[in-house]
Design a protein around this ligand. Structure first.
Ligand SMILES: [Ca+2]
Ligand SMILES: [Ca+2]
Ligand SMILES: [Ca+2]
Length: 472
């Protein structure tokens, strides 16, 4: 079986975590919960206090969807959520396999930097030009630099990167990380009583610890394993990499605070349970914008609980920006082809949930042409943003727009995953100019500023692409 095909087709609802359900109750006092497990077996673990939501793990083959109980408000399966796979990897899968078979592609050990390093304090850095800016066609296309000159650059806006984690030691991100002001590091105590011990820069919901680090894998795993390590660090750099610190790149809103919420593993897998936990954490701990460069094809499950988590974010005035999706594999052409989320029977979730606080993003290239892989939707995708061959930060103080290049084969950082953080950074920049704006005012302003592009009129609601040229 071809791993590339597998990872594209695996919808978040088609592949279920065994015997795990998400259960919403009317009453969540101890007695009510105990009564429930006495009647139906299994065990309950809290997922969302605000949502009255629990994970119900069953040791038997009970079809929990058939269970009737007067305290049961809703039950659904705990389903798998994936990264939005890099279509450039999909496209090159056969070429990569052939290079491996013929020993032209030598795979060595993983990168020489440690996983899960200690969380450093802020560091002092010298000022000076960011040498990679010239290669960042995305921020240049949207006129992000001129906008920075006339704005607080996202100052004090907390951005939740719900993803594979973030390299919080990276030279262009270490000073941009959110620091939980109410938590004393390393004392083993949940000082702010938010349910998480020593949560300094965010939380790792996949490993359930306080180091949401973007774990490395070796190149073979990246290319063939369906994962995409470095994904969250790449996303974070586009949003908020340090400006004028004499190294690397520039984020669109370099004064933001990046909250790292890891819920997808280096193999590319997460669950709706942990997505909901990450969204609730973001909302409860002050994030204003959530970056969601993940999702899956809509399956039989309605993902009602994920939808409700996004609605809770809306109720607290938080913007949720989602990737439109990277199409699905066309076997004959051996590449991912984008499809219409409005009409396809399997649109991407959460991108197509249609909640007021959402922005859904398609990907364009340097010539403003929509990526062949990019999903679209004249009713559900708001705008397009740079998402083909995007340069950004990856773990180990590195930067990439290209993952590997060998002969005819070139794997680049492509995807609606990369387009999404451009919109997040732009929204943060706008919000910091007038922090009194509501989420809907920020959204309206951002959409009004889009530039119409021929070819996008039937692909997005605005018919346009992200632009900050009006900030002056
Ligand atoms: Ca805490
Ligand atoms: Ca503590
Ligand atoms: Ca920099």
């Amino acid at each position: 079986m071809k791993m590339g095909i597998l990872s594209i087709i695996l919808a978040m609802s088609a592949n279920l975590v065994a015997s795990e359900y998400l259960v919403e109750f009317f009453h969540t006092d101890d007695a009510a919960l105990k009564q429930f497990t006495l009647s139906h077996g299994g065990k309950l673990n809290l997922v969302s206090k605000a949502g009255k939501l629990y994970k119900w793990t069953l040791d038997t083959d009970t079809n929990a969807l058939q269970v009737r109980d007067s305290n049961l408000a809703h039950v659904e399966k705990n389903s798998t959520i994936r990264l939005i796979e890099n279509p450039s990897i999909t496209k090159n899968q056969d070429a990569i396999r052939e290079l491996l078979r013929t020993n032209q592609l030598q795979i060595t050990d993983g990168p020489a930097y440690p996983d899960n390093p200690e969380i450093p304090n802020k560091v002092s850095q010298s000022s000076g030009k960011d040498p990679l800016l010239g290669k960042q066609w995305g921020i240049n296309q949207i006129k992000g630099i001129s906008a920075q000159n006339n704005s607080p650059q996202g100052k004090d806006i907390i951005i939740a990167v719900t993803d594979t984690g973030v390299d919080y030691t990276h030279q262009d991100l270490v000073n941009q990380m959110w620091r939980n002001p109410k938590e004393i590091p390393g004392n083993g105590i949940d000082d702010d009583s938010n349910g998480y011990v020593d949560d300094i820069v965010g939380w790792d919901f996949a490993s359930n610890d306080n180091k949401p680090y973007d774990l490395s894998l070796n190149l073979i795993d990246i290319l063939m394993g369906g994962g995409n390590p470095g994904h969250g660090t790449h996303v974070a750099g586009v949003i908020g990499a340090a400006a004028n610190n004499s190294v690397g790149m520039v984020g669109i809103a370099p004064n933001v605070k990046i909250m790292a919420l890891r819920f997808i593993t280096e193999k590319g897998q997460g669950s709706s349970e942990n997505a909901i936990k990450a969204i609730d954490y973001a909302v409860d701990n002050g994030a204003k914008i959530i970056n969601a460069s993940w999702g899956g094809e809509k399956g039989e499950e309605k993902e009602e609980e994920l939808l409700k988590a996004i609605e809770r974010a809306r109720d607290k005035g938080v913007i949720f920006v989602a990737a439109a999706g990277n199409g699905r594999l066309n076997q004959a052409k051996q590449k991912a082809e984008g499809y219409n989320n409005d009409t396809d029977p399997k649109p991407i979730l959460p991108a197509t949930f249609n909640v007021e606080n959402m922005l859904t993003v398609a990907a364009i290239d340097v010539n403003q042409k929509i990526g062949e892989f990019s999903n679209f939707g004249p009713k559900s995708v708001h705008l397009a943003a740079p998402g083909v061959a995007i340069l950004s930060s990856v773990p180990g103080n590195r930067y990439q727009d290209t993952i590997i290049e060998l002969g005819q084969m070139k794997v680049t950082w492509d995807g609606t995953s990369m387009a999404t953080p451009h919109v997040v950074g732009a929204a943060a920049l706008l919000w910091s100019i007038d922090p009194g704006m509501s989420f809907s005012e920020v959204k309206t302003k951002l959409l009004e500023m889009t530039v119409k592009v021929s070819g996008l009129e039937k692909k997005t609601i605005t018919g346009g692409r992200l632009d900050l040229g009006a900030v002056r």
